[in-house]
Ligand binder design. Structure first.
Ligand SMILES: [Zn+2]
Length: 270
């Protein structure tokens, strides 16, 4: 059995730079070795992981982190929370230059977040469009973070042709799931599924077509049940996979095989 964590933030383990909330959480956990984290993942059959960047420094860390580690890939991104700051600091240009890095297989996370609104709407939209265009120029898929913002997201998405990608950490409605599937998007599911309570939300996890499903952790965040309270690591993909296998009545092997196949297809990872 082989699992693929399509979304984690392990590049800031033991680092003093990179996206602050992620880095601080790793520091709090006391873990300082990326290799130890990767080793634990491998022991839980998580054979490949994508280190997802959230700002310029964090994306640079992701690129550096995957260089000499066979089973890691990098995605470079500016998170919607960081959009305004990236514009103010003139980060878009140096950020775009990272796209040519070795094993950079996606752009993101990028998107719109009107739940927190850490950046003004206009800044989020501008930085999202910049990243969609960068991905299209380089024929890369995108990792989207969309929260309370689908009504604004779809018109932007639909204004481009040929955009491929995943809606990471999907927790939205059946309607938006249908819209995503119509557009050929993949759906990323993480530990949130294990503590989702609303029947409609659980129904959505059941309804995601297996050929569109990707597994992820968002480590160090969103630790699945029954490990709430401890830090999330890529090895927790196994817990979420087992949970989904029971929920969706698919064998663990079938779920692992399909989701790993999907990840390799989307990200062109061998
Ligand atoms: Zn994330």
């Amino acid at each position: 059995m082989e699992l693929f964590d399509t979304h984690c933030h392990i590049q800031s383990v033991g680092q003093t730079g990179g996206e602050r909330s992620t880095r601080e959480l790793w520091a709090k956990s006391g873990e300082t070795s990326v290799d130890a984290v990767v080793e634990r993942a491998e022991q839980a059959n998580v054979k490949q992981m994508i280190c997802v960047g959230c700002d310029l420094a964090d994306s640079q860390l992701a690129v550096d982190c995957v260089k000499n580690r066979e089973n890691l890939y990098a995605s470079i991104g500016i998170h919607p929370h960081e959009a305004e700051l990236a514009l103010q600091k003139g980060h878009l240009e140096p950020f775009a230059a990272l796209v040519d890095g070795h094993k950079v297989i996606a752009v993101g996370e990028t998107g719109l977040d009107f739940f927190y609104n850490h950046s003004p709407k206009e800044a989020q939209e501008q930085v999202l469009r910049f990243q969609i265009e960068l991905a299209l120029q380089h024929n890369l898929p995108l990792i989207f973070h969309v929260r309370e913002a689908f009504d604004d997201f779809w018109p932007i998405f639909d204004s481009y042709q040929g955009v491929r990608g995943v809606l990471h950490s999907f927790t939205d409605s059946q309607t938006n799931l249908d819209k995503a599937i119509e557009r050929g998007l993949y759906i990323g599911v993480n530990g949130i599924a294990t503590f989702a309570k609303k029947p409609e939300q659980v129904a959505v996890y059941r309804a995601i077509p297996l050929e569109n499903l990707l597994l992820e952790t968002d480590a160090p965040f969103l630790t699945p049940v029954p490990y709430r309270g401890s830090i999330c690591e890529p090895y927790h993909v196994e817990t979420t996979a087992n949970f989904l296998s029971d929920l969706r009545k698919e064998s663990r092997e079938a779920l692992a095989r399909a989701t790993t196949f999907n990840a390799k297809q989307l990200f062109n990872a061998t």
